[in-house]
Each structure stands twice: as structure tokens, then as C-alpha cells.
Design a protein around this ligand. Structure first.
Ligand SMILES: [Fe+2]
Length: 177
């Protein structure tokens, strides 16, 4: 299994093994092992796509808004992990925040303040109609961006239209949905 994980990670990270010792990569290694244990291959595909996609969208939005890119990337990787791990989406934001805290503490990856920042974003990420802190908003918008950019030929879901339109405007893309 270890070799398999290594192979996938080299592919996902363009084979840059020398970069494996940073916090984002240490977290991804841990998460990859959970995802690889998912029995349903279609769900596993969705999990990889969504968690890596949101994590990269977090990085882009955080860069644009001068937020902490490293922590935003980590929040994106963790935000729906509980749902994929348990295959249960009930109270997934609350349970996701609890799991994220457990993992960050187990891996000793973050300070208390950093853990609080990440877990707050995960806890609030389902409340898309409300505005929370600037850091929390990065994760919510990244979640929407990943859904909308997965396949731009698919219609944008009604409840994501407003945020997606604002994101397109923020990134200088003029398009009326
Ligand atoms: Fe999500």
C-alpha cells in the first residue's frame, strides 16, 4: 500500500519528492491513506477530485485576498474528509471540524491558533448564505469554485450562482450566468 501511495503522490505532485517534507504534503500523505482505503472507486475518485480541487482553489483565492495560503490549502484538504471517510454527510461541517482538529493535533502540524483558524473555516463552510471571517470565506468560495469548474458545461447550481458570479467578477472574468 505504501508504494501505491508513493506512486500516486509522485504523480499528483509532479514527482517532486524533495517537496514532501512541508506541512501541506505531510497532511496530504495522511489524507491520501484514508482516501485509498475507500472501497467505492467512484466515491474515491470524487474525494480526490474535490479535496485536491478545493485545496488548490483555496490557494488561488487566498493568494488573491492576501490570506494565509498554506493554512487555506490545508483547510481545503480537510474540509469534507469526514464525509468521505464515513460516507455520511449528516452534520458534515461540524463533524469535519472535529476530525480536522484530531488530525492536526495527532500530526502536530499546527499551532493552537492555526488549528482554530482551519477548524473555524471547516465548521462554517456549509453556511454559504452567510458571510463569516475573511479566512472562512476563502474555503466557502473554493468549495463553490471547484463544483462550478469541474465541468463548465454543466449548469451552475442555483444556490451557488451568486458566489460563483462574484468570484468570476473578482478574478476579472466578465460573464453573466
Ligand atoms: Fe466541499
Amino acid at each position: 500500500m505504501d508504494k501505491h501511495i508513493e506512486k500516486i503522490q509522485k504523480y499528483l505532485h509532479n514527482g517532486r519528492a524533495e517537496d514532501m517534507d512541508n506541512r501541506i504534503e505531510r497532511l496530504r500523505k495522511y489524507i491520501d491513506e484514508i482516501l485509498l482505503n475507500m472501497k467505492d472507486t467512484e466515491e474515491r475518485r470524487c474525494a480526490y477530485l474535490h479535496l485536491y480541487g478545493v485545496s488548490q482553489a483555496c490557494a488561488m483565492i487566498a493568494l488573491k485576498r492576501n490570506q494565509n495560503v498554506e493554512l487555506a490549502t490545508m483547510a481545503g484538504m480537510l474540509h469534507d474528509l469526514h464525509s468521505y471517510k464515513t460516507m455520511n454527510t449528516e452534520n458534515h461541517a461540524e463533524k469535519g471540524a472535529v476530525l480536522a482538529r484530531q488530525i492536526l493535533e495527532e500530526l502536530s502540524l499546527t499551532t493552537e491558533d492555526e488549528t482554530d483558524l482551519i477548524c473555524s473555516a471547516i465548521l462554517n463552510h456549509s453556511s454559504k448564505a452567510i458571510t463569516h471571517s475573511s479566512f472562512d470565506e476563502v474555503l466557502k468560495d473554493a468549495d463553490v469554485l471547484q463544483h462550478c469548474l469541474y465541468n463548465t458545461l454543466f449548469p451552475v447550481m442555483e444556490h451557488e450562482k451568486c458566489r460563483y458570479q462574484k468570484l468570476l467578477t473578482e478574478f476579472g472574468i466578465l460573464q453573466n450566468l
